[in-house]
Write a protein that binds this ligand. Structure first.
Ligand SMILES: [Zn+2]
Length: 178
């Protein structure tokens, strides 16, 4: 996605502005004053954690930017704040990842969101993995989208169709959680 950046702000400056129901904020930049929302679930997810759950890379800067569009024109003074990991000349976009994919009934609620960098998010498919979780001194195998998801299935009293039988051939596909 082609973005036009108007200003760059360190995370420490923006995170305190983010909050549920917070009014959009005005940002003074060398290109003028821009207004950006600070209460989206995506930003609330970043406020909880700026680290990619998968590779651990941290968001370092918020960029105030607009998408460059050919057909529709943007409102001249409304922009978005996007979180990036910026190092040397490289920048990696941080995204909100659905812990349980929307296609599997996951919601857009903050509880179902986790911070993930764009490369990790692109790698992550919509297919659940097999996790082995210790439950009452027994190893239980469940299909889940992440370690947290596997643990929550067990903690919430799992359904029998989520517990699977595994054969020796599956061993490489299994993620063991302690
Ligand atoms: Zn990552």
């Amino acid at each position: 996605m082609n973005m036009k950046c108007f200003g760059e702000f360190p995370v420490e400056e923006i995170l305190p502005l983010i909050g549920f129901n917070n009014e959009p904020k005005k940002f003074q930049t060398e290109h003028g004053v821009y207004c950006a929302g600070v209460s989206s679930n995506r930003l609330l997810c970043f406020k909880r954690s700026i680290f990619c759950v998968s590779c651990g890379v941290a968001g370092t800067h918020f960029h105030l930017e607009q998408q460059v569009r050919k057909s529709k024109s943007n409102h001249p003074h409304i922009a978005h704040i996007n979180l990036y990991h910026v190092k040397d000349d490289k920048k990696i976009l941080m995204t909100k990842d659905h812990i349980i994919p929307v296609s599997y009934g996951g919601t857009g609620d903050v509880e179902n969101l986790q911070t993930m960098c764009e490369p990790c998010n692109n790698k992550k498919g919509n297919t659940p993995d097999i996790y082995s979780v210790r439950c009452n001194d027994e190893l239980v195998y469940v299909k889940a989208f992440s370690k947290q998801h596997a643990l929550s299935i067990i903690a919430n009293g799992y359904f029998t169709d989520q517990v699977i039988q595994v054969s020796i051939d599956d061993i490489q596909l299994i993620t063991f959680i302690n």
